[in-house]
Design a protein around this ligand. Structure first.
Ligand code: CO
Length: 281
């Protein structure tokens, strides 16, 4: 039996939003028309060369119950937390933070001018892991493999396994994520296995892609949700394409959100606010 190919079932460009200290961004997941894509709770895209749009950064704030993924395409961000952890994220590098039972951190621009472009993705944790010890996985770009595709183009492999067997450095047993930054030549076909248990989306960084099985097109700046199968198959448009392909296992658990805390029940969210106010993070 032929493998089922996932179909583009929904697309959106998100909405303009601001967060942190007046950082201007586009909220794509966690917005009115796309509340979540289980286990993805939020996707913010920021892209601006106006310093006043990013200079305020994200001063000290808490998280509990999920993971934050920061991936940069341009600019630099310095992060610091209440456990003494500190570092700078650079383009092509990733920080995958498991907030677990609680972390208080800041994420501030490490620049005063120039382009800042990148993503923050929130990935939910299963109930059994929401109170786990906080942890970081951080990888600079040179330790993240660029897998060359036989017909040209390449994949920056951040998490998961490609069809050619390249393994990303991020390890995650909670939702076994796939996180690929894919660059294709004009018209090039691309295929990737994605387990049927996983939610999956693409975000177009540059150019557009065409899904041959439905003749749908996803253009620059848009996110597309792909459902119903174990394979993603798509073609780059006439200008070539660069996109994120992201997937992770759906948790199918109740979600209670309270700002920077995402738990299973309202009571657990209230407990998180209490713990934060009482210095228990
Ligand atoms: Co944060």
């Amino acid at each position: 039996m032929a493998e089922q190919i996932r179909k583009l079932v929904f697309q959106t460009a998100g909405i303009p939003a601001s967060d942190g200290a007046d950082v201007q961004l586009t909220r794509i997941i966690g917005a009115p028309d796309l509340n979540m894509v289980d286990p993805f709770l939020l996707l913010d895209v920021f892209e601006t060369d106006e310093p006043q749009d990013y200079i305020g950064g994200f001063p000290s704030h808490p998280h509990r119950g999920f993971e934050t993924v920061t991936y940069l395409l341009a600019g630099q961000m310095r992060h610091k937390d209440n456990a003494g952890h500190e570092g700078v994220i650079v383009p092509g590098g990733v920080q995958w933070m498991t907030a677990g039972r609680g972390i208080i951190h800041s994420e501030m621009p490490e620049q005063v001018d120039g382009l800042m472009k990148g993503f923050q993705l929130w990935v939910n944790l299963p109930a059994s892991e929401k109170m786990t010890e906080p942890g970081y996985q951080e990888f600079p770009p040179h330790v993240i493999e660029n897998e060359e595709l036989p017909e040209g183009g390449f994949i920056h492999v951040i998490a998961g396994v490609t069809n050619q067997g390249t393994v990303g450095p991020v390890k995650n047993a909670h939702t076994t994520p796939l996180f690929l930054d894919v660059t294709l030549k004009a018209g090039q076909n691309f295929e990737q296995s994605v387990p049927e248990t996983h939610s999956c989306f693409t975000y177009m960084i540059d150019g557009d892609i065409i899904f041959p099985n439905s003749n749908s097109i996803l253009g620059q700046g848009r996110l597309g949700i792909l459902e119903g199968g174990s394979t993603v198959s798509l073609n780059a448009g006439q200008e070539g394409a660069r996109f994120l392909l992201v997937a992770a296992k759906s948790l199918n658990e109740p979600v209670a959100r309270g700002g920077p805390f995402v738990m299973n029940t309202r009571e657990e969210v209230m407990q998180a606010f209490d713990d934060y106010q009482n210095g228990k993070f």
